[in-house]
Design a protein around this ligand. Sequence first.
Ligand code: FES
Length: 135
Amino acid sequence: MSTRTFLIGAARERPCTLVVCRGCCCGDPRKHPGTDHAWQLERLRAAGSEHGFQVRTTDCLGPCDQANVIVVQPSAAGRRAGGRATWVGFAMDDDCTEEIVQWAAAGGPGLARPPVTLELQFIQPPRDARVRSRR
Ligand code: FES
């Protein structure tokens, strides 16, 4: 007998979601002065509005030594297709930001292949990782 998950209501249509860490280290210009963190978040939000994916922020996700951390969560359709939450580390520069936008705009995990150079920045989530987010 197989176990199947059925999604109802809004979860059934949930879009790809970027969970952007803005905790104690990620997004802190004193710790990472070479990056325009505010611009990065604005860029992701603008692209989300344009392409139909969601962007949320969260407190510290754990791997501060790999800041900035962004988790790309699959859409409901992407999850049904086998996509899983993908953690991106060292998401500091414009190229990485644009590659995350491209991937999410194309559908994200389960629906589109990530850019090869972005794959090099995939990191292991902490063992007890649970992504909670705030707006
Ligand atoms: S502040 Fe982002 S992982 Fe800790």
